[in-house]
Design a protein. Structure first.
Length: 552
């Protein structure tokens, strides 16, 4: 018995020694190096950054951080190269210029040296915060991370997360599938340069976000409109595996284009460039054509663009089958998904002070086109996607929303001043200020005074509070629940089961009004409703728009 106790004590003593040693020489292990204090000074492998305190929230911000080499000269129409680095400390306190484009008002802006991102995080010493990476919209032809509505300070502080907003090449500088530019490298040959930029920004997050106190194993890729389609395309990309772990898709618009269509569009662009010069592509070799294109300014290329598409099924970066793989489930990145649309999406385009794509239309035609195209946007941008993915046994939970703020309620009341409740409502992009917590900023700054008033300030602040809480919970845990708001169930394909949460504010007391939607909309139900309720000749005019949306 004594011998047994003695042996046990020996084992215990040896265990304690081993626990206190490095396991190699029996000596106590050195204590871990203390982590540097978090603040505006950040050291990366590429160099040091000097950020600043945000003026909008208790957050730190780093603006204009390069995540890749400038895609200029011989690097135009090449996959992005990692940033080589810099000497000294880089002052990251000003937003970078946007990528070349024509903006909302038709002005040419931007520079090709535009592969920059911005980072915000709470002003605290907390580490391993989840990361939210934002991909802006704009048809993959315009838009920028420098829009005031995308300031991430409030979202970072209120949701207690790290917010990253990125820029990526746009239009024919971002997506161009043209044989004379293809030199054997599979990434370069893909033509998906904008997609490759987004992938490069996600790799940058993996390599660098811990220096900002972020967790590279808890990254949410999020985007709106074309940015939402870009997020969806990441689910198809083998190169994106492990780079993001949740997805948020708002008002998605876009598809995966065939390389045949992309090549035809690229050829049309080259012919448009050459026509005034009396030259044809047939007169030049592939090498001469590549040099010719790289010799043109970004403005010349974009100005002569007849409409090149984006996101190609090239078979390397993105599969040829594109989103058709959502039916079979044969795609790599099945992650928790939060997806939705706005009730009056298309009224941004039918409103005379918006894009006004119907300058000569009657108010009655504007009204029915605004309503029913918005309904189809709901189908193609959320319901059909949720239905497809929920049919897959191995897909995680999907949370669907309808954003209704601004759209008239059952009594015809809207927080927007007349006539914008009816003519604008919950239009495309209307949710963006709220989910960023920027309820005092409008999507397009020049129009803020038309729609944002003292009378709807409390309503806007309440809507922002609700969206930041839901979105922040999803970024943290892949589930929007857990806060003070009503529960939000995942989408179910069962008939009569929960489908979506409706996000609004009560008109009377300005408190969040979270509704429940139990119906999945389809193109067939939308068309049937229009045919039953819109009289001729208005119906025939409307059907042209609906058929165009559905590609019929």
């Amino acid at each position: 018995m004594i011998r047994s106790i003695s042996a046990s004590l020996c084992v215990l003593t040896l265990s304690l020694v081993a626990a206190c040693s490095d396991g190699g020489d029996g000596l106590p292990a050195a204590p871990p190096e203390p982590l540097p204090e978090l603040g505006v000074e950040v050291s990366l492998a590429s160099g040091s950054l000097a950020g600043r305190d945000s003026e909008r929230a208790l957050a730190w911000e780093w603006l204009g951080v390069p995540y890749a080499e400038a895609p200029v000269g011989k690097l135009r129409w090449k996959a992005p190269l990692p940033m080589n680095g810099w000497s000294g400390t880089l002052e990251t306190q000003a937003l970078a210029p946007p990528c070349p484009q024509y903006n909302f008002f038709g002005a040419y802006i931007g520079e090709e040296d535009c592969l920059y991102l911005n980072v915000w995080r709470p002003r605290s010493q907390e580490r391993d915060l989840p990361v939210f990476l934002w991909i802006h919209g704009g048809s993959n032809n315009w838009g920028s991370a420098d829009w005031p509505v995308y300031d991430g300070a409030r979202l970072a502080e209120q949701a207690n997360i790290v917010v990253v907003t990125i820029q990526y090449r746009l239009g024919p500088l971002g997506w161009l599938y043209y044989a004379p530019l293809q030199d054997g490298d599979a990434n370069d040959n893909s033509g998906n340069f904008g997609t490759l930029d987004i992938l490069a920004s996600l790799r940058w997050v993996q390599d660098n976000i811990t220096a900002f106190g972020g967790d590279p194993d808890a990254v949410t890729a999020a985007g709106e409109s074309a940015g939402g389609a870009d997020v969806l395309s990441l689910t198809l990309a083998d190169q994106a595996s492990g780079l993001f772990h949740k997805a948020i898709v708002q008002s998605a618009g876009g598809s995966v284009t065939s390389t045949e269509q992309a090549a035809a569009a690229a050829s049309a662009l080259v012919e448009a460039l050459m026509a005034p010069e009396g030259v044809t592509p047939d007169s030049l070799t592939d090498a001469e054509l590549a040099d010719y294109l790289r010799g043109k300014s970004a403005r010349e290329i974009i100005s002569n663009n007849p409409g090149t598409p984006a996101i190609f099924g090239d078979g390397h970066v993105l599969p040829v089958a594109g989103f058709g793989l959502y039916d079979s489930g044969d795609f790599p990145n099945k992650v928790p998904l939060l997806i939705g649309t706005n009730k009056d999406e298309f009224k941004l385009y039918t409103n005379p002070v918006g894009y006004n794509v119907m300058p000569d239309a009657s108010p009655e035609l504007r009204d029915v086109v605004g309503r029913y195209v918005s309904d189809l946007w709901r189908v193609t941008g959320a319901d059909s996607i949720a239905t497809q993915l929920r049919n897959l046994d191995d897909y995680p939970d999907i949370y669907v929303y309808r954003f209704n703020w601004g759209s008239p309620d059952e009594a015809g009341n809207s927080p927007l001043p007349p006539p914008f409740g009816l003519t604008a409502g919950a239009h495309h992009g209307a949710e963006l200020p709220f989910m960023f917590g920027n309820w005092d900023r409008f999507l397009i700054s020049e129009y803020a005074d038309l729609l944002y008033t003292e009378g709807n300030a409390a309503s806007r602040e309440a809507m922002a509070g609700a969206m930041v809480e839901y979105w922040g919970s999803f970024v943290r845990q892949g589930d929007p629940n857990g806060g003070s708001l009503p529960p939000w169930s995942p989408w179910s394909n069962e008939q009569g089961a929960f489908k979506a949460a409706t996000l609004d504010v009560n008109y009377v007391d300005d408190q969040p009004k979270i509704g429940e939607d139990y119906e999945a909309w389809t193109a067939e139900t939308v068309l049937a409703d229009a045919q039953a309720n819109v009289p001729e000749p208005l119906l025939s005019e409307l059907m042209v728009w609906l058929d165009d949306w559905l590609g019929l």
